[in-house]
Design a protein around this ligand. Structure first.
Ligand SMILES: [Ca+2]
Length: 232
């Protein structure tokens, strides 16, 4: 286990168990243009045009139910099996775009003891972790500069939380200017003072790469008319 100490954090390289065949297929199939090609072919072959346009603009969803690189990809347990630019992690809309944040919600509000951030690409951009309190206050739990790992390394960064903060909503901030390309976060676990461990079940973000997926590549929405079948 490789340790990386900086600003009171401890980090460790993570080795994952090999994912199931379906999860592995989903991760690999959605890594870029092949997924778009599949959508276009579906349209040509007569798939419902409305469904196609929805998928087209938002980017295709993966088998886990979330659009690739969306903030939803940081919910539930880690599912990015290998380090690198993987669609099963949250990614800000643009690299080197200043401060961005990922907000995660958990089923049970607990007194926090530790927050474990699983970075899966260009680690080292995490700059602040906060708790969203019931009264609307945003409470800073940690801020600083974590030393980066290598670009292609999955790191778990443990953020200790002093006693006295009870919440079910946290934010992880990244300073995207600290790393060369997109920082990617696979999952974030909260550990309670009661020993409980939770993965997120809701999410939002300042931006997600999923937002630019359709518009950046394909332009403005278009109106597609269902082709009329030829008379026999
Ligand atoms: Ca994930």
């Amino acid at each position: 286990m490789r340790q990386r100490g900086a600003d009171g954090l401890s980090c460790a390289a993570i080795t994952f168990e090999k994912p199931s065949a379906s999860a592995e297929a989903g991760s690999g199939a959605a890594a870029g243009p092949p997924a778009q090609e599949a959508g276009f072919n579906d349209l040509v072959s007569g798939a419902p045009p409305v469904a196609f346009l929805t998928e087209f603009q938002q980017g295709p969803a993966l088998p886990n139910g979330h659009v690739q690189w969306d903030h939803g990809q940081a919910t539930v347990a880690p599912d990015t099996a290998e380090a690198g630019d993987r669609p099963t992690a949250w990614v800000p809309r643009q690299p080197r775009s200043g401060e961005q944040w990922l907000q995660l919600g958990y089923e049970k509000s607990v007194e926090l003891r530790e927050i474990n951030i699983h970075e899966s690409y260009n680690s080292g951009a995490v700059s602040k972790v906060t708790a969203l309190m019931s009264g609307g206050e945003e409470k800073t739990l940690w801020t600083g500069s974590a030393a980066p790992g290598s670009a292609n390394e999955i790191l778990q960064t443990a953020v200790p939380v002093p006693p006295g903060t009870t919440t079910g909503q946290i934010r992880v901030y990244v300073d995207t200017n600290r790393v060369a390309s997109w920082p990617e976060i696979d999952a974030v676990e909260v550990v309670g003072s009661d020993g409980s461990r939770q993965w997120a079940n809701s999410s939002s973000a300042s931006s997600s790469h999923s937002e630019s997926y359709g518009t950046q590549v394909f332009g403005s929405p278009v109106i597609w008319e269902q082709p009329v079948a030829a008379s026999p």
